[in-house]
Design a protein around this ligand. Structure first.
Ligand SMILES: Nc1ncnc2c1ncn2[C@@H]1O[C@H](COP(=O)(O)OP(=O)(O)OP(=O)(O)O)[C@@H](O)[C@H]1O
Length: 561
């Protein structure tokens, strides 16, 4: 085709030159033809040349699209609620706007590595009023099928009554999915978002089974053995899970005890000197010590639960976990969990899953037979919690924090606040600064003795103090239903930490208008923020976490719809 164009041009030129009369007429013809080159398409059929003209209006449209794309000026704002609200309104994105697969989002945080960006901010607004794990149950008022109740899950009536006294009437989606599977004797790996009620997902079927076994012969056969071990990463979490378990066990008289680090071997021996508890909530270090001293026998266990899987399978804990698992006869099939000589059911729960889970589990059970329950919103940003990011100089963070606390008090009627720092020394420094500003608070960090820590968190949960400055030690599993604001004073070092910290608000049965405020200071913070903003704009899960659960790949028997 190009050859035809060149030939035609050459003909016009040679005609003009051949006649040696370079008249205006010929030149005009040639230049007009050249102009028309951009507007026409040529086809050669046989000896003739067919010219297909592109209509002007189409050309204009193509040029407009090219211009808009080159300037990245995609109009992401539609009528209705905003998903992304920025200091620069041109970068806002409506909740109703869906980015095309090949559209590059214009990020508010794009220039945040530059010093000029200090003072810039954007928010990822809450686009849902309630958490997905609650709303998916259905809505009676809207004429949908009635909400499921705990009676539908066939757990014993004493448990349902206890839950009712706690105002817990309808199971969350993770409870709806997990409880029946556990009751059928499966090994279960449950991955669901923070605050979705995973503790009850395993405690309810465990206690139901203890009660059922008591009525049968199998209970008397193993009356002096521990029936269930729940393994958690910290002593605070052990106390929290044990408190829930004790409440649920009241009607049955089952005994729950904790054994945690920081109290020495003497304490461990005392825990097991009397009758063994029915449910033991333990930290890995303490349990390893107890096993070494032969204080307990896990060979006839009914359930072995690993809570906060991402921490427990972390290299810092996984050796201890493997060691403990070697003392447990883990079932590979539901049939092995019943009758005399039964084996233990394995339940692994968490809000994020690291690689390597399968490596450890494959040593003790048949991975292919583990039921995986994975919530649809796993590793997504919570759609019911507003999350604000503020680019701020390190030196100004303390003033911004003070301002945020003041605003919460004045504009939103107050509430509990968690302030996360990356180091124990920062926790102390922020504490001293807030003290000078007259803000009452408590501090929680890993360098404190475990017993002191447990007391501080308990007092925060009870409402004795409203501001808790802490490290990530408070980000895993702790139930903070009264928290209204999470402040990332230091930006978390990974997406996993961000998910767990932000997950301290917006919890089932907790305060509904929880918010997260993150201070962004360093260039490495900006990289994480850009990934979070991109995930929010594209409505995707946070990057780098998608495949964690599949290594090595067990058969997916069940997936939450
Ligand atoms: N069905 C329910 N209805 C209302 N509230 C519930 C329900 N189930 C659990 N809760 C409450 O939700 C809160 C969070 O539960 P839980 O601590 O078990 O969450 P989680 O999924 O383990 O969170 P995390 O991943 O942070 O450990 C608790 O206060 C609990 O009492």
């Amino acid at each position: 085709m190009q050859a035809v164009k060149v030939a035609h041009l050459a003909l016009v030129a040679s005609r003009a030159l051949g006649s040696r009369r370079l008249c205006c007429c010929e030149l005009f013809k040639a230049s007009a033809w050249l102009r028309s080159l951009g507007q026409s398409r040529f086809c050669q059929t046989g000896a003739e040349t067919a010219v297909i003209r592109v209509p002007r209006y189409l050309q204009r449209r193509v040029e407009n699209v090219k211009e808009i794309r080159s300037k990245s000026k995609i109009n992401t704002i539609k009528a209705g609620k905003l998903l992304i609200q920025s200091k620069n309104p041109a970068l806002n994105q409506s909740a109703g706007y869906i980015l095309g697969k090949f559209e590059q989002p214009s990020l508010c945080s794009k220039g945040w590595k530059h010093n000029k960006s200090f003072g810039d901010y954007f928010s990822i607004n809450n686009v849902r009023a309630v958490a997905p794990y609650v709303a998916e149950n259905g809505n009676e008022d809207a004429g949908q099928k009635p909400l499921a109740t705990f009676n539908n899950l066939h757990i014993c009536k004493e448990l349902v009554e206890t839950l009712e006294t706690l105002s817990i009437k309808h199971p969350t989606t993770v409870q709806l999915q997990t409880i029946p599977k556990v009751m059928r004797g499966h090994n279960v790996l449950c991955a669901a978002e923070t605050g979705s009620g995973k503790t009850l997902s395993y405690l309810l079927p465990v206690i139901h089974r203890l009660q059922a076994d008591r009525e049968s012969e199998s209970y008397s056969a193993s009356a002096h053995k521990i029936c269930t071990v729940v393994l958690v990463p910290s002593r605070e979490l052990a106390e929290q899970v044990a408190a829930v378990s004790r409440t649920l066990c009241v009607p049955f008289g089952f005994v729950t005890r904790t054994v945690g680090g920081g109290r020495g071997v003497g304490h461990i021996k005392t825990v097991f000197r009397r009758d063994h508890p029915d449910i033991l909530v333990a930290t890995p270090g303490a349990l390893v010590k107890a096993l070494r001293r032969r204080c307990l026998d896990l060979s006839e266990l009914g359930f072995f639960v690993v809570d906060e899987a991402d921490t427990m399978f972390d290299p810092s804990f996984s050796d201890m976990l493997e060691n403990i698992l070697l003392h447990v006869n883990v079932a590979s099939d539901p049939k092995e969990t019943r009758g005399l000589g039964h084996k233990a059911q394995l339940l692994v729960v968490g809000a994020t899953f690291p690689g390597g889970v399968g490596d450890v589990l494959s040593k003790v059970t048949d991975l292919g037979k583990i039921v995986i329950i994975r919530s649809k919103m796993l590793h997504f940003l919570m759609p019911h919690v507003k999350q604000t990011f503020l680019k701020v100089k390190g030196a100004d963070k303390i003033l911004e924090l003070h301002q945020a606390l003041k605003l919460l008090q004045q504009d939103r009627g107050g509430g509990a606040v968690l302030v996360f720092c990356n180091k124990s020394s920062t926790v102390n420094w922020v504490g001293y600064s807030l003290e000078e500003m007259g803000v009452k608070h408590a501090r929680l960090q890993g360098e404190m003795p475990a017993a002191v820590r447990a007391g501080i968190f308990h007092s925060f949960q009870k409402g004795n103090v409203d501001v808790l400055i802490c490290t990530d030690i408070a980000s895993r599993g702790l139930d903070t239903s009264r928290v209204r604001l999470v402040v990332n004073y230091d930006f978390p070092e990974s997406h996993t930490d961000y998910i767990h910290r932000a997950g301290r608000v917006g919890r089932a049965g907790g305060v509904e208008d929880g918010e997260v405020l993150s201070f962004v200071t360093h260039p490495w913070d900006v990289e994480l923020v850009q990934k979070i903003e991109t995930a929010a704009r594209r409505r995707l899960s946070l990057p780098g976490m998608e495949s964690d659960i599949h290594e090595p790949k067990p058969i997916m028997l069940n997936e939450m719809e």
